[in-house]
Design a protein around this ligand. Structure first.
Ligand code: ZN
Length: 343
């Protein structure tokens, strides 16, 4: 019995001197002391050979030793786990970071966003419509009847399955759809992609982008139209830009006008971009034709409205000094990367 107690004391000293610092040493320790054939198990096996009157005392010493051996095991397990984690999770904050390629907004989106934000400040909200449209919403409701010559200028792409479906030639279809909902007054801008059967060149493309605007209420006049567009031009191009309206014709507005701004590149003196005129045409506009209002079941005796529409490509070409419209749709990253810092 005394011999066994001494043995236990020897083991205790051995454990106290041990320095377990890695998982391998920890496992060796576990097998040697706590395993199924380990020292603790063997010592418990000795219990049956101890005289009965000493069993209680020996059992107590043995239990304490087992608890000591186990608590040491837990302690080392904790510290080696911690060490392993520290190694794998460690991050060297002084290393240079991996470069993450940052995308950029497309110049068309940049320009569209600018136009929208100006009109939003005037209380216009954005309305969008489908790019595949029926004849009614793209032409007929806009007073462009089937044999109207305006259809020649807006030749587009037809859907073979159903000749009544076309790729829209302007975003005016969104205006018709909003008017048909019958909620007045109406103050919307309609941005989106449109299609025309045009030869693709540096100056024109078979698809491009527009922002159109529409305001319908009681007593809306041409003065409201002019003031709205003056505000837009000042916000977009600056206070010193001159504006002029030229009479024009659209089937869906009466009266109609084209709006020009003074060429910023030559200051109105005349250059290649403005074709020596000193003026740049930026949008078409007019008072909504009563027939269009009636087509959308709006009382044209009570309500009036104005509408305007502009391309997005041309202002973007001017602003960013781009000389070929095809660059917008070629997805050349060398071109697109130039807009990374633009907002
Ligand atoms: Zn010019």
């Amino acid at each position: 019995m005394d011999q066994l107690i001494q043995q236990i004391e020897g083991y205790r000293q051995e454990i106290e001197q041990l320095q377990v610092q890695d998982p391998k040493a920890l496992e060796d320790y576990r097998i040697r002391f706590l395993g199924s054939k380990g020292i603790v198990k063997n010592l418990f096996g000795e219990l049956k050979n101890v005289p009965n009157e000493q069993k209680k005392n020996f059992g107590q010493v043995l239990n304490e030793f087992r608890q000591f051996a186990e608590s040491k095991y837990e302690e080392w397990k904790e510290s080696t786990n911690h060490q392993t984690q520290t190694v794998t999770d460690s991050i060297d904050l002084t290393l240079p970071g991996d470069p993450v390629p940052v995308g950029s907004r497309h110049p068309i989106s940049l320009m569209k966003g600018r136009i929208i934000s100006i009109f939003e400040r005037l209380g216009f909200s954005v309305a969008e419509g489908p790019e595949i449209e029926d004849d009614w919403h793209n032409f007929t409701a806009l007073n462009i009847l089937e044999d109207h010559p305006a259809r020649d200028m807006q030749d587009t792409f037809y859907i073979q399955q159903n000749p009544d479906w076309i790729l829209r030639t302007h975003t005016s279809n969104s205006q018709i759809r909003e008017m048909e909902k019958g909620k007045l007054p109406l103050r919307i801008i309609c941005p989106g992609r449109v299609y025309r059967n045009e030869t693709v060149s540096a100056r024109s493309h078979c698809f491009f982008h527009q922002v159109e605007g529409l305001y319908i209420d009681e007593h809306v006049s041409f003065a409201d139209l002019k003031q709205t567009l003056y505000f837009f031009v000042q916000e977009m191009y600056g206070n010193d830009v001159k504006v002029r309206f030229r009479p024009s014709y659209f089937p869906f507005t009466e009266p109609s006008a084209e709006m020009d701004i003074s060429c910023q590149l030559c200051g109105g003196k005349g250059c290649a971009v403005c074709k020596k005129t000193g003026w740049l045409e930026i949008l078409g506009c007019g008072m909504v034709h009563p027939k269009v209002l009636e087509n959308c079941k709006i009382d044209s005796n009570k309500y009036t409205g104005f509408a305007f529409g502009m391309g997005i490509e041309r202002p973007a070409l001017l602003k960013y000094g781009i000389n070929d419209i095809r660059l917008f749709s070629e997805n050349d990253v060398r071109f697109l990367r130039q807009f990374i810092s633009s907002i």
